[in-house]
Ligand binder design. Structure first.
Ligand code: SAH
Length: 377
């Protein structure tokens, strides 16, 4: 939805808030042609310019008009940190004392940015440090797109040229499918040639498994889908991830099958955090194989990353390899994710930013979830 352009009063519209269609609609409200919006997009995303005065292929009169109605404001970096392995982490300041994190993971053939979608998270997965922080609010589209912009500018990205940021994963703080519209808008900018120009398969949304929202995503976008599974049976999964009580494994796998039914989306990645003595036994691997037979998939085993106060431990390396071998022997494509950036708390599940927990809201969410459970039961 496009907010009306403020006519001389009120706050300016932040252009990071909109995808190409949204920008064109905004420009139309000013009586400007769509190609003007496209020109501005290129300045923002290809040249990292945020000052209308520097947009030299646009006449002075129009630049002034744009400057009066719009602004281009990225999130503010509170601090940046580089790990020994080159992993880079930004802490970005939000309103009200909150902060979120995004992480860049450089590899030889690609560079992946891990982006947050919410301040905190309400899903309370037991093994996740963001979950332990509570929930504050959804990020605005500008705050999601802005994370990619801040990283791309830092890396000197030039789309279609030399590009250090090649992949985006919505695997930072928060549950992206609970902030659907803003996440979809931001992913549109990521995949747009006038934006960051990333192919569908290089933009991945990761979800804890909100079944109806997976179907909604299937209507809205062809991005890659990753699903946080972490347990191969309902009893264990419900213990680790409360959301499973509402959307059990069978329903989740069915939704995954529906998601892969379009040609552009061939495989689902299943994330499975290896928790010592909890979900890492051979019987779990065998149960997992049965599930993976139902849907075109690959499995990513993530060694658990500990955080302060957790009751879990990381599975032994030998146990992880044995688990992987059982899956591989059954022809289930399985990778072990290398732990990156853990010396600066930038590894999976370690992002906690700074969340001013709105406990009542979180309690309310939990209550609703419980109601959902009794309703389903
Ligand atoms: N809410 C979304 C996006 C978060 S993605 C989702 O659940 O998919 C972050 C990934 O890291 C998820 O697969 C999550 O389950 C996993 N993770 C969370 N805590 C972890 C930890 N302490 N160690 C390793 N992986 C963890």
């Amino acid at each position: 939805m496009v907010r009306p352009v403020a006519a001389g009063v009120g706050a300016k519209v932040n252009l990071f808030e909109h995808d190409r269609n949204g920008l064109r609609a905004l420009f139309a409200q000013l009586g400007e042609k769509p190609y003007r919006a496209d020109q501005v997009m290129k300045w923002i995303y290809h040249r990292h310019v945020t000052d209308f005065a520097q947009m030299t292929d646009i006449g002075k009169a129009l630049r002034d008009k744009l400057d009066a109605a719009f602004e281009i404001v990225p999130p503010k970096a509170l601090f940046e940190k580089q790990a020994n392995d080159g992993t880079y982490k930004w802490l970005l300041g939000m309103d009200g004392g909150n902060a979120i994190e995004s992480v860049f993971i450089p590899e030889t053939s690609r560079g992946t940015l891990c982006v947050s979608s919410q301040v905190g998270c309400a899903l309370a997965c037991q093994f996740c440090s963001t979950g332990a922080q509570g929930f504050n609010r959804n990020l605005a589209a500008a705050e999601i797109t802005g994370q990619v912009w801040v990283a791309a500018r830092h890396l000197g990205n030039v789309p279609h040229h030399q590009r250090k940021l090649t992949n985006v994963v919505m695997m930072g703080m928060g549950e992206p499918l609970l902030n659907f519209d803003n996440v979809v808008t931001a992913m549109n900018v990521m995949r747009d040639d006038l934006g960051f120009g990333l192919a569908n398969k290089r933009v991945t949304l990761s979800t804890a498994g909100l079944v109806p929202m997976i179907d909604k995503l299937a209507q809205a976008s062809d991005v890659s889908l990753a699903v946080s599974l972490h347990a191969p049976n309902d009893e264990l999964r419900s213990e680790l991830m409360p959301i499973n009580r509402k959307y059990p494994i069978k329903d989740l796998i069915d939704a995954c099958v529906r998601y892969t039914q379009r040609k552009a989306r061939t495989t689902i990645t299943f994330e499975y955090t290896m928790l010592k003595g909890i979900n890492d036994q051979p019987e779990h691997a065998r149960q997992l194989i049965k599930l993976m037979r139902k849907v075109p998939s690959k499995v990513n085993l993530i060694p658990f990353n500990p955080f302060f106060g957790t009751r879990f431990e990381r599975s032994e390396e030998t146990v992880i390899r044995a688990f992987q071998k059982i899956l591989l022997d059954a022809d289930v494509l399985t990778m072990v994710r290398r732990t990156r950036g853990d010396d600066i708390d930038a590894a999976c599940g370690q992002l906690k930013g700074q969340v001013v927990d709105r406990t009542r809201r979180q309690a309310e969410f939990r209550r609703k979830l419980e109601q959902g459970i009794s309703h389903v039961a």
